[in-house]
Design a protein around this ligand. Sequence first.
Ligand SMILES: Nc1ncnc2c1ncn2[C@@H]1O[C@H](COP(=O)(O)OP(=O)(O)OP(=O)(O)O)[C@@H](O)[C@H]1O
Length: 230
Amino acid sequence: MLHLDQLTITQGDFRMTADWKAAKGARIAVIGPSGAGKSTLLSVVGGFFAARSGRVLWDGTDLTQMGAGARPITTVFQDQNLFPHLTIAQNLGLGLSPDLRLTRADHTRIAAALDRVGLSGMGARKPAQLSGGQQSRAALARALLRARPILLLDEPFAALGPALKFEMLELVAGLAEENNTCVLMVTHDPQEARSFAPLTCLVAGGIAHAPQSTQALLDNPPPELAAYLG
Ligand SMILES: Nc1ncnc2c1ncn2[C@@H]1O[C@H](COP(=O)(O)OP(=O)(O)OP(=O)(O)O)[C@@H](O)[C@H]1O
């Protein structure tokens, strides 16, 4: 279980609180107005930014003082963060071994992860030799290889067209279900939230609210969400 325990997050004049729990395997959309703090929330959970007070726990283990790499968490940002000078296979290998000393078993796992996202045989290419959608798949394959129980997605597919985006979301949902991964995904798109996430965390008015039913929230949005959805 992911537990955000009385978090207070400040950044300049910005202030936000979060105090809730999410079960293993929960898929949660993070939605709210621009500047409300969605990315900041993910940064705090992922270990890229420290909260002013409160704790982040996973299954009772306090992660608050752990660096991002040590947390049981994988984060995928919008820019995909693939290294341009490395091949796709090496980019994936970084998820297994930061110094790229890969065993034969590692190479087998990398090939299997590429197969899984529909990139069979493309491991030797550089990122620039893949389309935007294929790069997204590669970033997802790397996240998959890390096999951490929490996955944070900050608008990872924003650059993709609608068809490809939904294909990717389906892929993530399937993988998350298989691996019982707890996913927090920032999105601006209510349709995306509905199709991907049974639960939604509304971030608005200085509060990252406890996850609630996506359908109920979007069918009957509170004023701050209604204004944002238009
Ligand atoms: N480096 C910073 N210093 C001070 N304030 C910051 C900094 N970065 C962000 N902020 C403020 O923190 C608040 C939350 O920003 P954040 O990027 O988390 O919002 P968001 O909900 O993800 O927005 P968007 O939907 O536009 O991406 C904003 O009000 C922003 O102005």
